[in-house]
Design a protein around this ligand. Structure first.
Ligand code: NAP
Length: 483
């Protein structure tokens, strides 16, 4: 239907373009024909044409004046005629651009009235969770390493095995969400990219689907997508800051972080992004500018390119799903996301995992605080350990978080020990056979920082040694050196 509409509109435009072209050709030809014999007379008496000079030598002044009068009148008529013609062409040109604007609007509204077809790669815990909601807003096609055919069928979702990516892409997908584990992300994109390339070559539109990742780390997938995807694919990096547990009662008020990364072949400089103004999306007018990464070139979202307008529109339509579900839209660069997430999300998971290692269980006298601790353990350990490992390995700030946490733990215990040492009140009602000072784990000044040291230098000093793993990622082995 959309294609038919587009074809009709293109045919109309072609007719108008031909009409204008014919009138331009005609005008040029007639102008040239008129102009050639007139050249000497429009020369204001300074003509150098020898034939005209000889015919004028014998003429009386009167006949010369009459002839000049006659020729000047006809040249004025011609200039007026030309001006009229140009005016007419200008009007046609204006009508044409009005028609083009109307056609683009009509095309956009035709596209908008068609729900998005969304492909989900990675139909695990999180992939299923988001696919369920997407299914209310559009058509969903899922693919994954394991076979989820029956489960998907029960959810009303089409399922294609990941072993057949060409078949998955034939589903005419507007958007593809990558929801695989962080550690398998690069391999998944590497496998998918050549199939996308073939698909784009085959469909002949020169445009690929919009590719979106939902990984809990952001700089890593951003780089992989830019490096590996065909340039015809737009890219958006996102992180819904919630999951199947925190979002089980709806997404209202939950944070959705996104960075528009590549639009119509242009990589955006997220640090200068004026699309969406501040951190808040707050229904901004997207008719703003954005800055190209590297060149600093300013682009307007309404650059005079149809594919550009379509790219923006597709991204907005995808974002509007999260908006409609009530999410708090946060536009943020991938770099800033990772800095914030290491000290919030990773820290939360780290604490949950550490506390989980203690084997905590409810007691008959639980406080609200302890109930929250148990909830934290439950919600963080419900995610796969692979996810937790991904948060650590692919966010360059995570290691800092671990080191700071260790130092803080030592600092707090130091404060207890110092207080205990100064405490002159001996325990009388209980035989205490243990104290912090007596515990071997905390003994020895060398591995036990003073609080004053921590305040000055909470991250501690460390030496690092770089090692690359088989995927080329740098692992840093730390050797802690306590001052
Ligand atoms: P996960 O353990 O991080 O990922 C599981 C998914 O990865 C499954 O779809 C699994 O496919 C796929 N997978 C694992 N290894 C693979 C491989 N070698 N090749 C291809 N696919 C592979 O758990 P998750 O909770 O579902 O998270 C998925 C993504 O969403 C992650 O990137 C995570 O960071 C992000 N995310 C999760 C949450 C959350 O609350 N859980 C929130 C926001 C974002 P099969 O099931 O077919 O084996």
């Amino acid at each position: 239907m959309v294609r038919f509409l587009t074809a009709t509109i293109v045919a109309q435009l072609l007719c108008i373009v031909l009409q204008v072209h014919n009138s331009i050709s005609f005008t040029t030809a007639s102008q040239n024909n008129d102009k050639l014999p007139q050249r000497p007379t429009v020369n204001n008496g300074t003509a150098t044409d020898p034939s005209s000079k000889s015919s004028n030598t014998d003429a009386t002044p009167t006949s010369l004046t009459m002839s000049n009068k006659h020729s000047s009148k006809s040249s004025t008529d011609k200039i007026q005629a030309q001006a009229g013609k140009i005016e007419e062409l200008k009007q046609k040109e204006a009508a044409l651009s009005r028609l083009l604007a109307a056609v683009r609007l009509e095309k956009l509204s035709a596209l908008q009235s068609r729900p998005l077809t969304i492909g989900v790669v990675g139909f695990g815990r999180f992939g299923q969770f988001i696919a369920e909601t997407f299914n209310k807003h559009g058509r969903v096609v899922a693919t994954s390493r394991s076979d989820y055919t029956e489960l998907a069928k029960g959810m009303g979702i089409t399922y294609v095995r990941l072993t057949d990516p060409a078949r998955f892409l034939e589903e005419d997908l507007d958007v593809i969400i990558l929801a695989t584990s962080i550690v398998s992300f690069e391999g998944t994109v590497r496998n998918l990219a050549p199939h996308l390339k073939t698909h784009i070559e085959k469909n002949g539109t020169g445009r690929g689907p919009l590719i979106i990742d939902v990984l809990s780390v952001k700089e890593h997938p951003r780089q992989i997508l830019i490096d590996l995807l065909p340039k015809e694919c737009d890219i958006m990096c996102t992180h819904p800051m919630f999951g199947p547990d925190s979002g089980k009662n709806g997404w209202h008020g939950l944070n959705f972080v996104y960075e528009r990364t590549r639009i119509d072949g242009v990589i955006l400089d997220a640090t200068h992004c004026t699309l969406g103004s501040t951190l808040e999306h707050d229904n901004v007018d997207v008719s703003k500018t954005f800055v190209e990464k590297g060149t600093g070139k300013i682009h307007n979202v309404h650059d005079n390119s149809e594919s550009h307008v379509e790219s923006i529109d597709r991204m907005e339509r995808f974002l509007s799903i999260w908006e409609e579900e009530g999410c708090r839209m946060v536009e943020l660069s991938c770099k800033d996301h990772d800095a914030y997430a290491a000290n919030s999300q990773f820290l939360t998971h780290l604490m949950g995992r550490i506390l989980g290692e203690q084997g905590l269980a409810p007691t008959p006298i639980d406080t609200k605080g302890f109930e929250n601790v148990l909830k934290l353990v439950d919600s963080t350990t419900a995610d796969s350990f692979e996810l937790f490992y991904g948060l650590y390995k692919y966010n360059q700030n995570s290691l800092d978080t671990i080191v700071k946490l260790q130092a803080s733990m030592n600092g707090v215990v130091t404060m207890l020990r110092e207080m205990e040492e100064k405490d002159i009140n001996k325990l009388t009602w209980i035989e205490r056979n243990r104290s912090l000072a007596g515990m071997s784990i905390f003994s020895g000044e060398s591995d036990f920082p003073r609080k004053s040291d921590l305040l000055r230098n909470p991250c501690m000093i460390f030496e690092e040694e770089e090692k690359r793993d088989d995927q080329g990622y740098v692992n840093v082995e730390l050797e802690l050196e306590f001052a």
